[in-house]
Design a protein around this ligand. Structure first.
Ligand SMILES: Cc1cc2nc3c(=O)[nH]c(=O)nc-3n(C[C@H](O)[C@H](O)[C@H](O)COP(=O)(O)OP(=O)(O)OC[C@H]3O[C@@H](n4cnc5c(N)ncnc54)[C@H](O)[C@@H]3O)c2cc1C
Ligand SMILES: NC(=O)c1ccc[n+]([C@@H]2O[C@H](COP(=O)([O-])OP(=O)(O)OC[C@H]3O[C@@H](n4cnc5c(N)ncnc54)[C@H](O)[C@@H]3O)[C@@H](O)[C@H]2O)c1
Length: 469
Protein backbone atom coordinates (compact mmCIF):
# COMPACT_ATOMS: atom_id res chain seq x y z
CA UNK A 1 0.00 0.00 0.00
CA UNK A 2 1.49 3.38 -1.02
CA UNK A 3 0.12 6.68 0.25
CA UNK A 4 1.30 10.01 -1.07
CA UNK A 5 1.43 13.18 1.03
CA UNK A 6 3.17 16.52 0.72
CA UNK A 7 5.04 15.93 3.97
CA UNK A 8 5.92 12.81 5.94
CA UNK A 9 7.06 13.41 9.53
CA UNK A 10 8.79 10.64 11.51
CA UNK A 11 8.19 11.12 15.24
CA UNK A 12 5.34 12.95 16.99
CA UNK A 13 7.28 14.62 19.79
CA UNK A 14 7.09 18.40 20.17
CA UNK A 15 9.31 18.98 17.13
CA UNK A 16 7.40 16.57 14.88
CA UNK A 17 4.01 17.86 16.02
CA UNK A 18 5.01 21.45 15.37
CA UNK A 19 6.42 20.87 11.92
CA UNK A 20 3.25 18.97 11.01
CA UNK A 21 1.08 21.76 12.36
CA UNK A 22 2.96 24.51 10.54
CA UNK A 23 3.01 22.64 7.23
CA UNK A 24 -0.69 21.78 7.52
CA UNK A 25 -1.54 25.44 8.23
CA UNK A 26 0.08 26.24 4.90
CA UNK A 27 -2.40 23.87 3.25
CA UNK A 28 0.00 20.95 2.76
CA UNK A 29 -1.14 17.35 3.33
CA UNK A 30 0.78 15.85 6.24
CA UNK A 31 1.19 12.40 7.77
CA UNK A 32 2.98 11.80 11.08
CA UNK A 33 4.33 8.38 12.04
CA UNK A 34 4.71 7.63 15.76
CA UNK A 35 5.81 4.33 17.30
CA UNK A 36 4.92 5.14 20.91
CA UNK A 37 2.88 8.03 22.34
CA UNK A 38 1.93 11.15 20.41
CA UNK A 39 3.58 13.96 22.38
CA UNK A 40 7.00 12.33 22.60
CA UNK A 41 9.49 12.15 25.45
CA UNK A 42 8.79 15.69 26.65
CA UNK A 43 5.13 15.12 27.49
CA UNK A 44 5.39 11.83 29.36
CA UNK A 45 8.97 11.16 30.56
CA UNK A 46 10.86 14.44 30.46
CA UNK A 47 9.78 18.10 30.70
CA UNK A 48 6.28 17.73 32.08
CA UNK A 49 6.62 15.01 34.75
CA UNK A 50 9.99 16.28 35.97
CA UNK A 51 8.60 19.78 36.50
CA UNK A 52 5.59 18.32 38.32
CA UNK A 53 7.92 16.33 40.60
CA UNK A 54 9.89 19.51 41.41
CA UNK A 55 6.93 21.78 42.05
CA UNK A 56 5.80 20.67 45.56
CA UNK A 57 9.31 21.09 47.00
CA UNK A 58 9.71 24.48 45.34
CA UNK A 59 6.45 25.80 46.78
CA UNK A 60 7.28 24.49 50.23
CA UNK A 61 10.77 26.02 50.21
CA UNK A 62 9.34 29.37 49.08
CA UNK A 63 6.84 29.40 51.95
CA UNK A 64 9.48 28.32 54.49
CA UNK A 65 11.65 31.31 53.50
CA UNK A 66 8.91 33.82 54.31
CA UNK A 67 8.46 34.82 57.97
CA UNK A 68 4.82 34.46 58.91
CA UNK A 69 4.17 31.87 56.22
CA UNK A 70 6.94 29.57 57.46
CA UNK A 71 5.13 28.82 60.72
CA UNK A 72 2.07 27.71 58.76
CA UNK A 73 4.09 24.94 57.11
CA UNK A 74 3.81 22.22 59.68
CA UNK A 75 3.56 19.00 57.72
CA UNK A 76 5.72 17.30 55.15
CA UNK A 77 5.15 16.68 51.46
CA UNK A 78 2.42 14.17 50.61
CA UNK A 79 4.46 12.16 48.13
CA UNK A 80 1.50 10.09 46.95
CA UNK A 81 -0.47 13.22 46.10
CA UNK A 82 2.59 14.65 44.38
CA UNK A 83 2.95 11.49 42.29
CA UNK A 84 -0.73 11.70 41.33
CA UNK A 85 -0.16 15.33 40.25
CA UNK A 86 2.80 14.09 38.21
CA UNK A 87 0.53 11.54 36.53
CA UNK A 88 -1.92 14.29 35.61
CA UNK A 89 0.94 16.47 34.25
CA UNK A 90 1.90 13.52 32.04
CA UNK A 91 -1.74 13.20 30.88
CA UNK A 92 -1.97 9.86 32.70
CA UNK A 93 0.63 8.54 30.22
CA UNK A 94 -2.17 8.52 27.65
CA UNK A 95 -2.01 10.36 24.33
CA UNK A 96 -5.71 10.56 23.45
CA UNK A 97 -5.72 14.35 23.97
CA UNK A 98 -2.89 14.87 21.52
CA UNK A 99 -4.35 12.36 19.07
CA UNK A 100 -7.60 14.39 19.08
CA UNK A 101 -5.57 17.54 18.43
CA UNK A 102 -3.94 15.93 15.37
CA UNK A 103 -7.36 14.87 14.10
CA UNK A 104 -8.78 18.37 14.55
CA UNK A 105 -5.73 19.82 12.76
CA UNK A 106 -6.44 17.40 9.87
CA UNK A 107 -3.04 15.73 10.20
CA UNK A 108 -2.97 12.00 9.47
CA UNK A 109 -1.46 9.76 12.16
CA UNK A 110 0.06 6.38 11.37
CA UNK A 111 1.17 4.34 14.35
CA UNK A 112 4.27 2.27 13.83
CA UNK A 113 8.02 2.13 13.41
CA UNK A 114 9.16 4.25 10.47
CA UNK A 115 12.33 4.01 8.44
CA UNK A 116 13.48 5.57 5.21
CA UNK A 117 13.28 3.27 2.20
CA UNK A 118 14.92 5.40 -0.46
CA UNK A 119 14.49 9.05 -1.51
CA UNK A 120 11.17 10.60 -0.34
CA UNK A 121 9.90 7.21 0.79
CA UNK A 122 9.14 6.01 4.30
CA UNK A 123 8.33 2.44 5.21
CA UNK A 124 6.20 1.87 8.30
CA UNK A 125 5.87 -1.36 10.22
CA UNK A 126 2.59 -1.06 12.06
CA UNK A 127 1.66 -2.72 15.34
CA UNK A 128 -0.09 -5.62 13.53
CA UNK A 129 3.14 -6.18 11.58
CA UNK A 130 1.87 -4.94 8.25
CA UNK A 131 4.07 -2.70 6.12
CA UNK A 132 2.96 0.58 4.60
CA UNK A 133 4.86 2.87 2.26
CA UNK A 134 4.42 6.63 2.46
CA UNK A 135 5.86 8.95 -0.15
CA UNK A 136 6.49 12.65 0.28
CA UNK A 137 6.06 15.11 -2.59
CA UNK A 138 7.82 17.92 -0.74
CA UNK A 139 9.85 16.47 2.07
CA UNK A 140 10.47 13.97 4.83
CA UNK A 141 11.14 15.37 8.30
CA UNK A 142 13.02 13.25 10.81
CA UNK A 143 11.97 14.20 14.35
CA UNK A 144 12.85 11.06 16.27
CA UNK A 145 14.25 12.72 19.41
CA UNK A 146 16.61 10.99 21.81
CA UNK A 147 16.76 8.32 24.49
CA UNK A 148 19.04 8.02 27.53
CA UNK A 149 22.62 7.26 26.54
CA UNK A 150 24.40 4.39 28.30
CA UNK A 151 27.99 5.21 29.26
CA UNK A 152 30.67 2.51 28.93
CA UNK A 153 30.66 1.46 32.58
CA UNK A 154 31.49 -2.11 33.50
CA UNK A 155 28.35 -4.06 34.47
CA UNK A 156 25.86 -1.38 33.39
CA UNK A 157 24.38 -3.44 30.56
CA UNK A 158 23.59 -6.26 33.02
CA UNK A 159 22.18 -4.09 35.81
CA UNK A 160 18.69 -2.70 36.31
CA UNK A 161 19.04 1.09 36.61
CA UNK A 162 16.81 4.12 36.13
CA UNK A 163 16.87 6.08 32.89
CA UNK A 164 14.85 9.30 32.55
CA UNK A 165 11.73 7.24 31.91
CA UNK A 166 11.96 5.15 35.07
CA UNK A 167 12.96 8.22 37.08
CA UNK A 168 9.99 10.29 35.96
CA UNK A 169 7.30 7.58 36.06
CA UNK A 170 8.34 5.89 39.36
CA UNK A 171 5.42 5.10 41.63
CA UNK A 172 7.33 5.24 44.93
CA UNK A 173 10.06 7.39 46.46
CA UNK A 174 13.34 5.45 46.71
CA UNK A 175 14.89 5.59 50.18
CA UNK A 176 18.40 5.94 48.75
CA UNK A 177 19.04 7.36 45.30
CA UNK A 178 22.29 7.66 43.37
CA UNK A 179 22.34 9.99 40.39
CA UNK A 180 25.09 9.69 37.79
CA UNK A 181 25.58 12.93 35.85
CA UNK A 182 25.33 16.53 37.02
CA UNK A 183 23.67 17.92 33.88
CA UNK A 184 20.12 19.20 33.68
CA UNK A 185 18.48 15.78 34.09
CA UNK A 186 20.65 14.80 37.05
CA UNK A 187 20.28 18.00 39.07
CA UNK A 188 16.53 18.34 38.51
CA UNK A 189 15.70 14.76 39.40
CA UNK A 190 18.15 14.59 42.32
CA UNK A 191 16.45 17.58 43.92
CA UNK A 192 12.93 16.43 43.03
CA UNK A 193 13.31 13.01 44.69
CA UNK A 194 15.23 14.39 47.67
CA UNK A 195 12.46 16.88 48.37
CA UNK A 196 9.79 14.22 47.82
CA UNK A 197 11.35 12.20 50.62
CA UNK A 198 14.45 10.25 49.55
CA UNK A 199 16.55 10.03 52.69
CA UNK A 200 19.91 9.76 50.95
CA UNK A 201 20.61 11.27 47.55
CA UNK A 202 24.12 11.34 46.08
CA UNK A 203 24.91 13.10 42.83
CA UNK A 204 28.04 11.90 41.04
CA UNK A 205 29.59 14.16 38.40
CA UNK A 206 32.97 13.57 36.82
CA UNK A 207 33.53 17.25 35.97
CA UNK A 208 34.62 19.91 38.47
CA UNK A 209 31.13 21.43 38.81
CA UNK A 210 27.46 20.89 38.05
CA UNK A 211 25.95 22.16 34.77
CA UNK A 212 29.41 22.26 33.26
CA UNK A 213 28.38 24.01 30.06
CA UNK A 214 26.93 27.02 31.92
CA UNK A 215 28.76 29.92 33.61
CA UNK A 216 30.91 28.43 36.40
CA UNK A 217 29.25 30.62 39.06
CA UNK A 218 25.85 29.14 38.20
CA UNK A 219 26.91 25.53 38.73
CA UNK A 220 28.71 26.43 41.94
CA UNK A 221 25.71 28.23 43.39
CA UNK A 222 23.43 25.35 42.45
CA UNK A 223 25.84 22.88 44.04
CA UNK A 224 25.68 24.85 47.30
CA UNK A 225 21.88 24.86 47.18
CA UNK A 226 21.68 21.10 46.61
CA UNK A 227 24.03 20.52 49.55
CA UNK A 228 21.78 22.68 51.75
CA UNK A 229 18.93 20.36 50.69
CA UNK A 230 20.97 17.45 52.08
CA UNK A 231 22.14 16.06 48.74
CA UNK A 232 25.68 14.73 48.71
CA UNK A 233 27.42 16.19 45.67
CA UNK A 234 30.49 14.24 44.50
CA UNK A 235 32.42 16.27 41.92
CA UNK A 236 35.40 15.01 39.94
CA UNK A 237 34.05 11.50 40.53
CA UNK A 238 34.23 8.95 37.72
CA UNK A 239 32.01 5.89 37.87
CA UNK A 240 33.77 2.73 36.71
CA UNK A 241 31.61 -0.23 37.69
CA UNK A 242 28.03 -0.96 38.65
CA UNK A 243 26.41 -4.10 40.03
CA UNK A 244 23.40 -5.54 41.84
CA UNK A 245 23.13 -9.05 43.21
CA UNK A 246 19.53 -9.15 41.90
CA UNK A 247 17.01 -6.66 40.52
CA UNK A 248 15.67 -5.95 44.04
CA UNK A 249 19.06 -5.85 45.76
CA UNK A 250 20.87 -2.56 46.47
CA UNK A 251 22.83 -1.15 43.58
CA UNK A 252 26.57 -0.58 44.04
CA UNK A 253 28.50 2.03 42.11
CA UNK A 254 32.28 1.86 42.23
CA UNK A 255 34.20 5.07 41.57
CA UNK A 256 37.65 5.42 40.02
CA UNK A 257 39.10 6.24 43.47
CA UNK A 258 37.83 2.80 44.61
CA UNK A 259 35.05 4.07 46.86
CA UNK A 260 31.74 2.24 46.47
CA UNK A 261 28.41 4.04 46.80
CA UNK A 262 25.30 2.02 47.61
CA UNK A 263 21.65 2.91 47.01
CA UNK A 264 18.25 1.45 46.17
CA UNK A 265 18.09 3.08 42.74
CA UNK A 266 20.70 4.49 40.35
CA UNK A 267 19.63 7.11 37.82
CA UNK A 268 21.96 7.23 34.83
CA UNK A 269 21.74 10.76 33.36
CA UNK A 270 24.88 11.26 31.32
CA UNK A 271 23.43 12.54 28.08
CA UNK A 272 21.29 11.33 25.20
CA UNK A 273 21.44 9.23 22.05
CA UNK A 274 19.43 9.58 18.81
CA UNK A 275 17.65 6.31 17.82
CA UNK A 276 18.98 6.49 14.26
CA UNK A 277 20.30 2.91 13.93
CA UNK A 278 17.03 1.58 12.53
CA UNK A 279 16.01 4.64 10.53
CA UNK A 280 16.99 3.43 7.06
CA UNK A 281 19.49 6.26 6.65
CA UNK A 282 21.72 3.89 4.68
CA UNK A 283 19.02 3.65 1.97
CA UNK A 284 19.74 7.29 1.11
CA UNK A 285 23.49 7.18 1.75
CA UNK A 286 23.47 9.02 5.08
CA UNK A 287 25.65 8.02 8.06
CA UNK A 288 24.70 9.16 11.55
CA UNK A 289 27.43 10.86 13.56
CA UNK A 290 28.49 10.46 17.20
CA UNK A 291 25.56 9.69 19.55
CA UNK A 292 23.46 8.86 16.49
CA UNK A 293 23.02 12.53 15.57
CA UNK A 294 21.93 13.22 11.99
CA UNK A 295 23.89 16.26 10.83
CA UNK A 296 22.13 19.07 9.00
CA UNK A 297 23.07 22.30 7.23
CA UNK A 298 22.05 25.76 8.40
CA UNK A 299 18.54 25.22 7.00
CA UNK A 300 18.15 21.87 8.80
CA UNK A 301 18.43 19.89 5.56
CA UNK A 302 20.66 16.83 5.36
CA UNK A 303 23.50 17.91 3.05
CA UNK A 304 22.98 16.58 -0.47
CA UNK A 305 19.32 15.69 0.22
CA UNK A 306 17.21 18.82 -0.24
CA UNK A 307 14.01 16.83 0.55
CA UNK A 308 15.25 15.50 3.92
CA UNK A 309 15.04 17.65 7.07
CA UNK A 310 15.92 16.86 10.69
CA UNK A 311 14.38 18.84 13.55
CA UNK A 312 14.54 18.70 17.35
CA UNK A 313 16.92 16.60 19.43
CA UNK A 314 17.78 14.37 16.46
CA UNK A 315 19.96 17.00 14.75
CA UNK A 316 21.95 17.58 17.95
CA UNK A 317 21.82 21.39 17.72
CA UNK A 318 19.79 22.02 20.88
CA UNK A 319 18.33 19.32 23.10
CA UNK A 320 15.44 21.49 24.24
CA UNK A 321 11.75 21.33 23.41
CA UNK A 322 11.29 25.01 22.66
CA UNK A 323 14.26 25.11 20.25
CA UNK A 324 13.00 21.96 18.52
CA UNK A 325 9.65 23.69 18.10
CA UNK A 326 11.36 26.81 16.76
CA UNK A 327 13.23 24.72 14.18
CA UNK A 328 9.96 22.98 13.33
CA UNK A 329 8.16 26.23 12.61
CA UNK A 330 10.92 27.31 10.20
CA UNK A 331 10.99 23.93 8.44
CA UNK A 332 7.17 24.00 8.16
CA UNK A 333 7.52 27.32 6.33
CA UNK A 334 10.37 26.05 4.14
CA UNK A 335 8.26 23.04 3.09
CA UNK A 336 5.66 25.53 1.84
CA UNK A 337 8.36 27.24 -0.23
CA UNK A 338 8.38 30.36 1.93
CA UNK A 339 11.61 32.25 2.28
CA UNK A 340 12.92 31.60 5.80
CA UNK A 341 15.85 32.68 7.92
CA UNK A 342 18.04 29.82 9.12
CA UNK A 343 17.38 29.06 12.83
CA UNK A 344 20.32 31.16 14.00
CA UNK A 345 18.95 31.54 17.53
CA UNK A 346 20.07 27.93 18.17
CA UNK A 347 23.61 29.28 17.92
CA UNK A 348 23.38 32.83 19.25
CA UNK A 349 20.32 32.98 21.49
CA UNK A 350 19.78 29.48 22.85
CA UNK A 351 17.43 29.77 25.85
CA UNK A 352 17.72 27.23 28.66
CA UNK A 353 16.17 26.94 32.09
CA UNK A 354 17.08 24.28 34.63
CA UNK A 355 14.03 24.11 36.88
CA UNK A 356 15.78 23.38 40.15
CA UNK A 357 15.42 25.65 43.18
CA UNK A 358 17.17 28.00 42.55
CA UNK A 359 16.47 27.93 38.83
CA UNK A 360 19.40 28.39 36.47
CA UNK A 361 18.28 30.36 33.43
CA UNK A 362 20.56 31.34 30.60
CA UNK A 363 20.49 32.60 27.04
CA UNK A 364 23.06 33.14 24.34
CA UNK A 365 26.79 32.66 24.76
CA UNK A 366 28.59 31.91 27.99
CA UNK A 367 31.71 34.01 28.57
CA UNK A 368 33.81 31.04 27.51
CA UNK A 369 31.87 30.45 24.29
CA UNK A 370 32.03 34.16 23.44
CA UNK A 371 35.80 34.23 23.89
CA UNK A 372 36.19 31.02 21.89
CA UNK A 373 34.18 32.71 19.13
CA UNK A 374 36.79 35.48 19.11
CA UNK A 375 34.62 38.18 20.68
CA UNK A 376 36.11 40.85 22.91
CA UNK A 377 33.82 40.60 25.93
CA UNK A 378 33.44 41.83 29.50
CA UNK A 379 31.40 40.14 32.21
CA UNK A 380 29.14 41.89 34.68
CA UNK A 381 27.74 40.07 37.69
CA UNK A 382 25.60 41.10 40.65
CA UNK A 383 23.90 39.16 43.44
CA UNK A 384 20.11 39.02 43.37
CA UNK A 385 20.20 40.35 46.92
CA UNK A 386 21.27 43.70 45.44
CA UNK A 387 17.63 44.57 44.77
CA UNK A 388 14.88 45.35 47.27
CA UNK A 389 12.50 42.72 45.89
CA UNK A 390 14.84 39.94 47.01
CA UNK A 391 14.15 40.60 50.69
CA UNK A 392 10.42 40.25 49.98
CA UNK A 393 10.85 36.89 48.27
CA UNK A 394 12.21 35.38 51.46
CA UNK A 395 15.08 35.17 53.90
CA UNK A 396 18.45 33.82 52.88
CA UNK A 397 17.82 34.17 49.16
CA UNK A 398 20.91 33.56 47.07
CA UNK A 399 21.13 34.18 43.38
CA UNK A 400 22.97 36.05 40.70
CA UNK A 401 22.62 37.88 37.43
CA UNK A 402 25.47 37.77 34.93
CA UNK A 403 25.88 39.40 31.54
CA UNK A 404 28.38 38.80 28.77
CA UNK A 405 28.80 42.02 26.82
CA UNK A 406 30.43 42.33 23.41
CA UNK A 407 32.50 45.47 23.89
CA UNK A 408 32.90 46.02 20.15
CA UNK A 409 29.16 46.45 19.56
CA UNK A 410 28.20 47.26 23.19
CA UNK A 411 25.44 44.64 23.14
CA UNK A 412 24.60 41.71 25.39
CA UNK A 413 25.57 38.35 23.87
CA UNK A 414 24.87 36.15 26.90
CA UNK A 415 22.93 36.30 30.15
CA UNK A 416 22.55 34.00 33.16
CA UNK A 417 20.19 34.34 36.09
CA UNK A 418 20.19 32.07 39.13
CA UNK A 419 17.42 32.36 41.67
CA UNK A 420 13.88 31.33 42.51
CA UNK A 421 11.72 31.73 39.41
CA UNK A 422 14.74 33.01 37.44
CA UNK A 423 13.36 31.46 34.25
CA UNK A 424 10.78 34.22 34.06
CA UNK A 425 13.59 36.83 34.01
CA UNK A 426 15.05 35.33 30.89
CA UNK A 427 12.90 36.63 28.10
CA UNK A 428 13.96 40.25 28.59
CA UNK A 429 17.56 39.16 28.03
CA UNK A 430 16.55 37.06 25.03
CA UNK A 431 14.87 40.07 23.42
CA UNK A 432 17.95 42.21 24.15
CA UNK A 433 20.23 39.62 22.52
CA UNK A 434 18.05 38.84 19.51
CA UNK A 435 17.32 42.54 18.96
CA UNK A 436 20.99 43.48 19.50
CA UNK A 437 19.83 46.34 21.71
CA UNK A 438 22.73 48.67 22.58
CA UNK A 439 23.37 48.96 26.31
CA UNK A 440 22.85 52.74 26.13
CA UNK A 441 19.31 52.03 24.85
CA UNK A 442 18.66 49.56 27.69
CA UNK A 443 18.92 52.53 30.10
CA UNK A 444 15.41 53.37 28.89
CA UNK A 445 14.00 49.91 29.67
CA UNK A 446 12.75 50.69 33.17
CA UNK A 447 12.12 47.66 35.42
CA UNK A 448 9.21 47.99 37.85
CA UNK A 449 9.75 48.44 41.58
CA UNK A 450 9.98 46.24 43.59
CA UNK A 451 10.81 43.50 41.10
CA UNK A 452 13.80 41.20 40.70
CA UNK A 453 14.14 42.66 37.18
CA UNK A 454 15.81 45.61 38.89
CA UNK A 455 19.00 43.56 38.66
CA UNK A 456 19.24 45.03 35.16
CA UNK A 457 19.77 48.46 36.79
CA UNK A 458 22.59 47.06 38.94
CA UNK A 459 24.22 45.38 35.95
CA UNK A 460 24.04 48.54 33.85
CA UNK A 461 25.38 50.63 36.77
CA UNK A 462 28.31 48.26 37.10
CA UNK A 463 28.97 48.43 33.38
CA UNK A 464 28.95 52.25 33.44
CA UNK A 465 31.11 52.47 36.56
CA UNK A 466 33.69 49.98 35.43
CA UNK A 467 33.86 51.37 31.93
CA UNK A 468 34.03 49.02 29.02
CA UNK A 469 36.89 46.89 30.42
C1 LIG B 1 14.20 14.30 32.27
C2 LIG B 1 14.17 15.33 31.17
C3 LIG B 1 13.63 16.57 31.40
C4 LIG B 1 13.59 17.51 30.39
N1 LIG B 1 13.04 18.73 30.65
C5 LIG B 1 13.00 19.67 29.70
C6 LIG B 1 12.42 20.94 29.95
O1 LIG B 1 11.96 21.22 31.05
N2 LIG B 1 12.40 21.84 28.94
C7 LIG B 1 12.93 21.56 27.71
O2 LIG B 1 12.89 22.42 26.83
N3 LIG B 1 13.47 20.35 27.43
C8 LIG B 1 13.52 19.41 28.40
N4 LIG B 1 14.05 18.18 28.11
C9 LIG B 1 14.47 17.89 26.73
C10 LIG B 1 13.23 17.55 25.86
O3 LIG B 1 12.56 16.44 26.42
C11 LIG B 1 13.63 17.23 24.44
O4 LIG B 1 14.43 18.29 23.93
C12 LIG B 1 12.40 17.08 23.56
O5 LIG B 1 11.58 16.04 24.02
C13 LIG B 1 12.82 16.81 22.12
O6 LIG B 1 11.71 16.79 21.31
P1 LIG B 1 11.72 15.96 19.95
O7 LIG B 1 10.38 16.17 19.33
O8 LIG B 1 12.92 16.28 19.18
O9 LIG B 1 11.88 14.44 20.41
P2 LIG B 1 11.06 13.49 21.41
O10 LIG B 1 10.28 14.26 22.40
O11 LIG B 1 12.06 12.51 21.91
O12 LIG B 1 10.03 12.77 20.46
C14 LIG B 1 10.46 11.92 19.41
C15 LIG B 1 9.33 10.98 19.05
O13 LIG B 1 9.72 10.22 17.92
C16 LIG B 1 9.28 8.88 18.09
N5 LIG B 1 10.11 8.01 17.24
C17 LIG B 1 11.45 7.80 17.36
N6 LIG B 1 11.88 7.00 16.39
C18 LIG B 1 10.81 6.69 15.63
C19 LIG B 1 10.62 5.88 14.47
N7 LIG B 1 11.65 5.26 13.86
N8 LIG B 1 9.36 5.76 13.98
C20 LIG B 1 8.31 6.39 14.57
N9 LIG B 1 8.45 7.16 15.66
C21 LIG B 1 9.67 7.31 16.18
C22 LIG B 1 9.44 8.63 19.57
O14 LIG B 1 8.62 7.56 20.00
C23 LIG B 1 9.01 9.97 20.16
O15 LIG B 1 7.63 9.99 20.44
C24 LIG B 1 14.11 17.21 29.10
C25 LIG B 1 14.68 15.96 28.86
C26 LIG B 1 14.71 15.03 29.87
C27 LIG B 1 15.30 13.67 29.59
N1 LIG C 1 15.10 22.01 32.09
C1 LIG C 1 15.51 21.62 30.90
O1 LIG C 1 15.41 22.33 29.90
C2 LIG C 1 16.12 20.27 30.74
C3 LIG C 1 16.01 19.32 31.74
C4 LIG C 1 16.60 18.08 31.54
C5 LIG C 1 17.26 17.81 30.35
N2 LIG C 1 17.33 18.77 29.40
C6 LIG C 1 18.07 18.51 28.14
O2 LIG C 1 18.48 17.17 28.08
C7 LIG C 1 19.84 17.10 27.72
C8 LIG C 1 20.49 15.89 28.33
O3 LIG C 1 20.66 16.09 29.72
P1 LIG C 1 21.61 15.17 30.58
O4 LIG C 1 21.63 15.73 31.97
O5 LIG C 1 21.25 13.74 30.39
O6 LIG C 1 23.02 15.30 29.86
P2 LIG C 1 24.15 16.42 29.91
O7 LIG C 1 25.03 16.11 28.78
O8 LIG C 1 23.56 17.78 29.99
O9 LIG C 1 24.92 16.16 31.30
C9 LIG C 1 25.55 14.94 31.55
C10 LIG C 1 26.56 15.10 32.67
O10 LIG C 1 27.03 13.81 33.00
C11 LIG C 1 28.42 13.88 33.22
N3 LIG C 1 28.98 12.55 32.96
C12 LIG C 1 29.09 11.93 31.76
N4 LIG C 1 29.62 10.71 31.92
C13 LIG C 1 29.86 10.55 33.24
C14 LIG C 1 30.40 9.49 34.02
N5 LIG C 1 30.78 8.33 33.46
N6 LIG C 1 30.50 9.67 35.37
C15 LIG C 1 30.10 10.85 35.93
N7 LIG C 1 29.57 11.87 35.24
C16 LIG C 1 29.45 11.73 33.90
C17 LIG C 1 28.91 14.95 32.26
O11 LIG C 1 30.13 15.51 32.72
C18 LIG C 1 27.75 15.95 32.28
O12 LIG C 1 27.94 16.94 33.27
C19 LIG C 1 20.44 18.41 28.22
O13 LIG C 1 21.51 18.78 27.39
C20 LIG C 1 19.32 19.38 28.12
O14 LIG C 1 19.38 20.05 26.88
C21 LIG C 1 16.78 19.98 29.58
Amino acid sequence: MVDEYDVVVIGAGPAGENVADRARRHGLSVVVVERELVGGECSYWACMPSKALLRPGEVLAAARAVPGAATAVTGSIDAEAALRARDRAASGFDDQGQVSWLREADITLVRGQARLAGPRTVEVTTADDTTRHLTARRGVVVAVGTRSAAPPIEGLDRTRVWDNRAATEASAVPRRLLVLGGGAVGVELAQAWRRLGSEEVTLVERGPRLLSTEEPAAGELLGDALRVDGIRVELGAEAVEVQRASDDAPVELRLADDRTLVADELLVAVGRRVPSDDLGLDTVGVEPGPRGVVAVDDHLRVPGHAWLFVVGDANGRALLTHHGKYQARLVGDALADLEVDPPWADRRALTRVVFTDPQVASVGLTSRQAREAGLDVVERQVGLDSVAAASLLGQGLRGLAHLVIDTGRDVVVGATFVGPGAGELLHAATVAIVGEVPLSRLEHAVPPFPSISEVWLRLLEQHRTEGRR
